[in-house]
Design a protein around this ligand. Sequence first.
Ligand code: ATP
Length: 271
Amino acid sequence: MNVSLSVDAIAAGAAAADVVIDIVGETASTNADLLARIGQLRQPTLLVAESQTAGRGRAGRAWLSGAGDSLTFSLAWPLLRPMRELAGLPLAVGVALAETLAQLDVPVRLKWPNDLLIGDAKLAGILIETALEKNGDQQVWAVIGVGMNLALPPALAQQIGRPAAALSPALAQDRNHLLGRLLGGLANALRQFDREGFAAFKARWNGLHAWRGKTVQIIDQGRVEREGVATGVDDQGCLLIMTENGMAPVLAGDVSLRMKDEGDVTHAVAG
Ligand code: ATP
């Protein structure tokens, strides 16, 4: 059984004193809740849910979890950089989470743009949504949503239908400490991103790249849009793939990345 979520215990692990921490029992989406509060927020705010019933991924995809199976939280953060300079932010967030997990002996690598993998299985997904405060100074906010598996009961694994991973029971048990550490790592990374931009994260992302040298396909609305060998990311956070026609940068947008010949895992699990 997981220990109860506690504001004090999360804050103790975070060393990020200026972040407001809110806990809710059940909600549809912590990202949607924080986006609805932009305009009333006065400082960085973490919202963590015991259970999330309609977790969102990119492009309308879903993050699936049962109560207590996932760490589901969102962090609303005011940024100094304008919207046009935020393309690399999702990758910087992936780096921050992966580096924090490495300190806890979890060997995570990154699948572009920002999935956290253990081996080839997905441990966590990240969804970043941005909002502009409609007051005089037009404050930019990033709402950073994270779903991270603490456990993978067979029914959930089957529902996901793609390779998924969970943290060890020992690490998953103290959710407060884990979340505190992740919050501290994120706070540091967000401050650094504001000061230095993606330049401070590019080499770190490339060092954590899960699919370097693999032949990958870029999928756009279900169609293979491009194919090539994944090399790494450029200064903007675009994925560089070596295609038949030379090196091509791919913008994150709404495209998905698949390993070539990954196959239809949904059928393998269901069958
Ligand atoms: P994709 O994973 O298809 O490349 P993406 O990286 O944009 O897309 P996200 O938006 O981060 O993915 O997350 C949604 C996807 O994550 C879902 O389409 C599903 O494949 C997968 N998923 C959903 N719930 C879980 C979970 N609990 N554990 C692992 N993977 C999950």
